[in-house]
Design a protein around this ligand. Structure first.
Ligand SMILES: Nc1ncnc2c1ncn2[C@@H]1O[C@H](COP(=O)(O)OP(=O)(O)OP(=O)(O)O)[C@@H](O)[C@H]1O
Length: 619
């Protein structure tokens, strides 16, 4: 049985990313949601036998325990440190033997580094102390052979009082001698925090899926540089809003503007320390966390007054503390030899180019033009193309679009839940999750499933292969597996689901919904493959706030939803259904991607339409 068919639900499922307050997980009671990441949902919990004390419980969203066990063992074994979150208990749920793995850790009362920087507007002294402290923590971990491998602002929580940085999420972490669990060249991570050498390695080895990048301490230190740059300026050195192709070019070939170009308040020594962490060649970065710490705090004595300034100017007006984020320069990047690079006005590539193969063909053209005319042409194209291929991606730089979408603390879960990274057509297998008694569906007849037909192949595969080869080793190398990703196979809607939809009055219905209920309706979200929850607006038998859950599938140009359960907010009842994402103005299944070449995530409009279907993925 193919993985896609395994995702067809048996009657009803519990949605582990959406546990309600009061739910008991082992000997812990859920109080609320702290965040939902790509791999786990994190809940604030209290012990049943000692209410009143808060802990954080991370429930794996995948039945495969490998990643959760790895994170637990790292935290319990070698990653112990006062500034690394501590683990107190482990278990499985809902079944203590076969259920989803979870572990209970300290609940860090604080916010992510970038949020802290903008919400508290600390002084540069405080930021330098925080940055230096993270560098020292990394040094201790590195000395024990532990690499974080997914350091980003969201994984550095600033605990109050005292602005103590605490590292979380070691799910991508590694320790010397451990067998690798990754199935991709690079470990799971976030593109705009990847080091230049990691990206170069991936470009060099994309034809060798068995090769693994030897992640080092220098990668962690580079990521720390990105985090500090973001905190000090309000911007990432290489914008996550860029298309992945351009982002990889920027990271490997462009020098980021000095933090002082964006925020002139940044003290000179701190700006220099941040840029050193962002050096393209690892040997030019500080060698160790201790060395990085020394450079980050170096100016505190010599340049003390400059460090007393607050990071950002505050806006005059009624709301004290509202900061003015510095502008991102219009000509941000330099190469070693060239003048600053301008972003040109928007140029839209002809639609036939897009339909012929989108970014792949454009990449080829860019490659050829680069060969003929040199880097100046690339700069011209890159500015135009960047703006064109991310239409509507207007979210301010403070948002975390571009990486895995996770709710910040104190927001309820409202985000897609993702499967592990995957680079090829076979999807991660997500077996149905056992259902606790209170979540059982009132509809009990067993669904029937038809055999999937072979996925249609894209017509222009040979051309794409040639294009990919042509671009090998060049700046425009894209993520090749995405280009040949097929659409998902058809599946029939089970009889029980048809019956349930008729009973609910939504058979044949089209509903409006949102990925992120609390995000702006006209905003964007970044989604990844795997479990998904959509909030729907009321119509017929559905009320505002009811939830459709299922699986999300990303193909080359569109994103498909295979929504198989409706959960009624008022009663908590679940019903088997068959809905899919739908684009009414195109009268087409699926949603068009706002970015088109990233192999493991996609940017979409937050507001969507879903349509009930008899035969999945058919128009
Ligand atoms: N110990 C904790 N205390 C407070 N909040 C936490 C804690 N651990 C996690 N969180 C919150 O939950 C969110 C998701 O947690 P985490 O990053 O560990 O999940 P993940 O599935 O591994 O995410 P990712 O997709 O980034 O790999 C975090 O960004 C953070 O906001």
């Amino acid at each position: 049985m193919g993985p896609w068919r395994l995702m067809v639900p048996e009657r009803s499922q519990v949605f582990p990313a959406a546990l309600q307050p009061g739910t008991e997980v082992g000997r812990w009671r859920v109080l609320g949601t702290l965040g939902v990441g790509g791999y786990g949902a994190v809940y604030r919990v209290e012990p049943l036998e000692g209410p009143g004390r808060s802990f954080a419980l991370k429930l794996s969203l995948h039945p495969d325990p490998a990643r959760a066990l790895r994170e637990m063992s790292l935290l319990l074994d070698r990653a112990w440190h006062p500034q690394v979150v501590r683990v107190h208990a482990t278990g499985r749920w809902p079944d203590p033997i076969d259920g989803l793995p979870y572990f209970v850790m300290d609940c860090v009362e604080g916010v992510a580094l970038h949020t802290w920087a903008e919400a508290s507007n600390p002084t540069f002294r405080q930021l330098a102390m925080v940055g230096g402290s993270v560098a020292m923590t990394l040094d201790v971990l590195h000395a024990r052979g532990v690499l974080h491998r997914d350091l980003k602002p969201e994984h550095i929580l600033i605990r109050e009082p005292g602005h103590v940085p605490v590292l979380i999420d070691f799910g991508a972490g590694d320790q010397a001698g451990a067998t690798t669990l990754t199935t991709t060249t690079l470990p799971p991570g976030t593109l705009h925090l990847r080091s230049p050498e990691a990206i170069r390695f991936q470009q060099l080895h994309w034809r060798q899926p068995e090769v693994r990048y030897p992640y080092t301490e220098a990668d962690d230190l580079y990521a720390l540089g990105v985090c500090l740059y973001r905190a000090a300026t309000g911007h990432y050195p290489f914008s996550p809003e860029l298309t992945p192709d351009l982002l990889t070019v920027a990271i490997t070939q462009r020098l980021p503007p000095s933090p002082r170009t964006i925020n002139p308040q940044v003290p000179v020594p701190l700006a220099a320390a941040i840029l050193r962490l962002l050096e393209k060649e690892p040997e030019r970065r500080p060698r160790t966390g201790v060395q990085a710490h020394a450079e980050i705090v170096e100016g505190l004595l010599s340049d003390g007054a400059a460090f007393e300034a607050r990071l950002f100017h505050e806006m005059p007006g009624d709301e004290p503390g509202r900061i003015r984020r510095p502008e991102w320069p219009s000509q941000p990047y330099r190469t070693a030899e060239t003048e600053p690079v301008a972003l040109l006005p928007l140029i839209r590539p002809a639609s036939w180019l897009q339909s012929f193969g989108g970014t792949g063909l454009i990449s080829l053209i860019v490659c050829l033009m680069l060969l003929v005319t040199g880097s100046g042409t690339w700069e011209v194209l890159s500015g135009a193309w960047t703006r064109n291929t991310t239409p509507g991606v207007q979210s301010p730089p403070s948002t975390s679009s571009g990486h895995k979408l996770a709710s910040p603390p104190e927001r309820s879960h409202s985000v897609p839940v993702a499967a592990p990274l995957t680079t090829g057509p076979p999807l991660a297998t997500v077996a149905p999750v056992a259902t606790p008694p209170e979540e059982r569906s009132p509809v009990t007849s067993k669904p029937t499933v038809s055999a999937p037909v072979a996925p249609p192949l894209k017509p222009n595969r040979p051309l794409k292969a040639v294009m990919a080869s042509a671009c090998m080793g060049m700046a425009c190398a894209s993520n090749p597996p995405m280009m040949d990703r097929p659409d998902p196979p058809f599946e029939n809607c089970p009889e029980a689901s048809v019956a349930a939809m008729k009973k609910l009055g939504v058979y044949g219905a089209m509903l409006d919904g949102m990925f992120d209920r609390q995000g702006p309706r006209n905003g964007n979200v970044t989604v990844r493959e795997g479990r998904i929850a959509i909030w729907v607006y009321g119509s017929k038998g559905v009320r505002d706030g009811d939830t459709l859950t299922g699986e999300l599938y990303i193909s080359a140009e569109r994103v498909y939803g295979h929504l198989t359960q409706l959960r009624q907010k008022k009663t908590g009842e679940t019903h088997p259904v068959c809905f899919q994402f739908w684009t009414q103005n195109e009268r087409q299944k699926g949603l068009p991607r706002l970015n088109s070449s990233y192999y493991d995530n996609a940017v979409l409009f937050n507001q969507i339409e879903v349509k009930s279907v008899l035969r999945d993925y058919e128009n």
